[in-house]
Design a protein. Structure first.
Length: 51
């Protein structure tokens, strides 16, 4: 279902997500140095998105 244009802000609908996709979590852990190539992709540590 779409949303009427008058309800959007100047930049469109901007929503802060608090749940990351798996590839986003891997990228975040890689930046923090907590994940290296060859580690399992399943059972990742819990992460909070950077603001």
């Amino acid at each position: 279902m779409s949303q009427h244009n008058s309800l959007q802000g100047p930049r469109g609908i901007v929503v802060k997500r608090n749940v990351l996709k798996r590839f986003e979590r891997v990228e975040l852990l890689r930046k923090r140095g907590q994940w290296k190539a060859g580690d399992r992709v399943q059972g990742l540590k819990k992460t909070t998105p950077d603001v």
